[in-house]
Design a binder for this molecule. Structure first.
Ligand SMILES: CC(C)(COP(=O)(O)OP(=O)(O)OC[C@H]1O[C@@H](n2cnc3c(N)ncnc32)[C@H](O)[C@@H]1OP(=O)(O)O)[C@@H](O)C(=O)NCCC(=O)NCCS
Length: 178
């Protein structure tokens, strides 16, 4: 009997960009079927760290998916806002719970980074995501994680409606010394 697959979630490194771009070009329309263009796009975000933070999920040493989080409006906001900007799971690995696992674990990591680097947080970190209303697979994952529910609506890409979901995460900061 084969042993169960090993899954690891970790911060993305430069060596991961090609694999991430291959996933991007196969599951998103922005650079569909053009991994070179996807790589160019993703390198911009990768180089924007810590404004933008990528994480990957590895299954048995293969990059099976990635997620990107973007900080909005400055690093020292009293009510920080961090957006799940993109979540992509390779077609071979979709439907196996990797997206939810990557979302959960990367939320812990971006929130940890935020707490460590922002001494002005008042009480909560606000996590948001915009998702196409018709992308049922993604919305299923998002509704389970961003439990404050729908907080906004927009039509940024043509007529396709997106809704914004939110998770208000308690910051749980230690009591500050006087
Ligand atoms: C949306 C996405 C991130 C979800 O990640 P995931 O690891 O597949 O998540 P799950 O395994 O929890 O699947 C979520 C739901 O979608 C369904 N699903 C996922 N991929 C599927 C596929 N290829 N075909 C049919 N159903 C699929 C699952 O069955 C599940 O529904 P269920 O619980 O009713 O069975 C991933 O499918 C993906 O990358 N899709 C393409 C890119 C995308 O749309 N990204 C989100 C927008 S930024």
């Amino acid at each position: 009997m084969s042993s169960p697959a090993t899954r690891i979630v970790r911060r993305a490194e430069e060596k991961d960009i090609l694999a991430m771009a291959a996933i991007n070009a196969s599951v998103f329309s922005g650079d569909r079927d053009n991994p070179e263009s996807a790589e160019k796009w993703m390198r911009c975000f990768f180089n924007a760290f810590p404004l933008y933070q990528y994480f990957v999920i590895e299954v048995d040493d293969s990059i099976a998916g990635y997620i990107g989080w973007q900080f909005h409006g400055g690093f020292l906001r009293s009510a920080p806002v961090i957006e799940l900007e993109q979540l992509g799971i390779s077609k071979n690995y979709q439907g196996q719970g990797l997206g939810p696992e990557l979302t959960d674990k990367s939320i812990s990591e971006v929130a940890k980074w935020c707490r460590k680097n922002n001494s002005r947080i008042e009480s909560h970190i606000y996590l948001i995501v915009w998702g196409y209303a018709h992308n049922f697979n993604a919305m299923k994952v998002y509704f389970e994680k961003f439990t404050d529910g729908v907080m906004g609506m927009r039509r940024q890409h043509g007529e396709r409606t997106e809704t914004m979901l939110r998770l208000k995460l308690p910051a749980l900061l230690p009591i500050r010394e006087e």
